[in-house]
Design a protein around this ligand. Structure first.
Ligand code: XMP
Length: 502
């Protein structure tokens, strides 16, 4: 793996993310942990808020670092520390250089192989390297001729800018080039990682009973299978709120049966419909569903001692950093409601996937033997079809959505497009328009089809589906689904639209 040592920069976790995006397993370590960082194939020293001249400047034993015998990349503070350790000097300054700079590599090879001339890089530092040790070589400078990248001996590289932020346009490429220097690096050893997580679960849980909710989605499925694999005392509970897609409840039960993991179903479709009766405000609908879900789930749980959640790393960042931002007001995501936070404070919440990104969860799922069709399912929102049913939610409307959605998804699968789109669904437009069916006048609702591609759900683009899919889907819906006389295709990007309708 790639060990990232945290000198306190606000960007450190981004380095981990970038390395993982590049397909290598990365782990963040606090400085106190050093040198207990396993057997890394490469080490990255992060930036940090301190000056190397500060009395309490974080330090690192470079003899111990050397003992690992692997390539080391120092970013910002990491590079300055390197320079000092190899005998150079760093000049503290009161002024902070913050913002874009132009990168001028000496040679377009090694760290800078394939990088564009004057590529933009992002600076955020106050100290600068003032005297280079003999073993140092300048790899690149900025537009003022100041060295911003150094190499010390064969294995030590320093960069003054932050490759991990997107403002450094080719930062990921530079990290990739650095990692090419690592010989022992194995691309994402998910097997080792799985063992580590399973051992961690056993240790944390002990002989307590853990409950987890399953929805059929990738994250909760991987979580349940992991807990099962760990052999701890676990109850997996599937709350069927009746807002699922066609035959979805049955499918979820079958899938878990296939994987040999027992689940309990709580069937409460009726309760949700009653609770939602007459409500047409999107936020209120979400909150009704979220709260009732927790109530039902908690009733089913009884007095279990621990709760396991399939929270992923992006959820952690989002709920921490967006707590005060507008983003969290737009929609209330229901895995972070107050009650869970209370439990968390009591140390009763287990989140074994909290360090992972989605692609890593999928890889973990594969190594757990979870069938690919389960791992490659499109995301489905917690509040289910309710967010695809603007206005009031009724049994009739849900049934219509279910039928149309099933036809659309089936077409995508048949024509080989299901795995090419990130998410697709049918949503109801509860507006009646006039049409002709048979020889009769019809006055019925419209259905809207949506298919998007996205990387992280923060932005999305609509997909240029082949007309044959749209034509066949429309034909079948208009012929088979009562109550619909018009089929629309949603050609809105996010932003300004969102993926779901509410
Ligand atoms: P929006 O509509 O916000 O959706 O563009 C972005 C992604 O998030 C999913 N989504 C949810 N997932 N609970 C979830 O677990 C929710 O409350 C929720 N709301 C939206 C949505 O399906 C899309 O993939």
């Amino acid at each position: 793996h790639v060990a990232v040592l945290d000198f306190g920069s606000q960007y450190t976790q981004l380095i981990v993310r970038r390395v993982r995006e590049l397909g290598y397993f990365a782990k963040l370590y606090a400085l106190e942990d050093f040198p207990n960082i396993g057997k890394p194939g490469a080490i990255i020293l992060s930036g940090g808020p301190k000056s190397t001249a500060d009395e309490d400047a974080p330090d690192l034993d470079f003899d111990q670092l050397e003992a690992f015998g692997v390539p080391v990349l120092g970013v910002c503070y990491g590079m300055q520390l390197m320079n000092i350790k190899f005998g150079g000097k760093v000049h503290p300054s009161d002024r902070r250089e913050y913002g874009p700079a132009k990168l001028r590599p000496e040679k377009y090879e090694g760290l800078y192989e394939g990088i564009n001339h004057e590529s933009q890089v992002w600076m955020s530092h106050s100290d600068t390297v003032s005297e280079l040790p003999e073993c140092a070589k300048v790899l690149a400078s900025n537009q003022h001729g100041t060295p911003v990248s150094l190499q010390f001996g064969d294995r030590y590289f320093g960069i003054q800018f932050h490759p991990e932020v997107t403002h450094s346009h080719e930062g990921t490429r530079i990290l990739h080039n650095f990692l090419l220097h690592a010989e022992k690096l194995v691309a994402f050893r998910i097997e080792d990682f799985k063992r580590e997580i399973v051992d961690g679960i056993r240790e944390t849980v002990g002989d307590r009973q853990v409950v987890c909710g399953v929805s059929g989605g990738v994250d909760s499925t991987v979580l349940a299978v992991l807990l099962h694999e760990a052999g701890v005392n676990v109850r997996a509970i599937f709350v069927d709120h009746g807002l699922m897609r066609k035959d979805e409840g049955e499918e979820v039960r079958n899938n878990f049966h296939r994987m040999g993991v027992p689940i309990e179903t709580v069937d409460c479709a009726e309760r949700f419909l009653v609770a939602l009766d007459g409500e047409d405000d999107p936020e209120k609908k979400r909150s009704i569903i979220g709260n009732l879900f927790i109530d039902v789930f908690w009733d089913a749980v009884g007095d279990a001692e621990m709760l396991a959640q399939g929270t992923l790393y992006p959820d952690v960042i989002e709920s921490a950093s967006n707590a005060k931002s507008k983003a969290s007001v737009i929609k209330t995501h229901h895995n972070r409601v107050a009650r869970i936070l209370e439990l968390q404070a009591e140390g009763k919440v287990l989140e074994p996937l909290a360090e992972l990104f989605k692609d890593e969860v999928r890889a973990l799922g594969i190594s757990l033997g979870i069938p690919a069709d389960i791992l490659n399912r499109h995301p489905f929102p917690g509040p289910g079809l309710a967010v695809r049913c603007p206005g009031v939610v009724t049994q009739e409307r849900l049934d219509i959505i279910r039928e149309c959605d099933a036809i659309f998804i089936n077409q995508l699968k048949e024509q080989g497009w299901y795995d090419k789109v990130w998410q697709a669904y049918a949503g109801l437009v509860p507006v009646k328009t006039v049409g002709v069916k048979g020889d009769e006048r019809s006055y019925e609702w419209a259905i809207s089809l949506r298919a998007v591609i996205s990387e992280d759900a923060m932005t999305a683009d609509w997909v240029e589906l082949p007309y044959s899919i749209l034509r066949e889907t429309s034909h079948r819906i208009l012929n088979e689904v009562k109550g619909i006389n018009r089929v629309l295709y949603d050609v809105s990007t996010k932003p300004p639209a969102s993926i779901e309708w509410e």
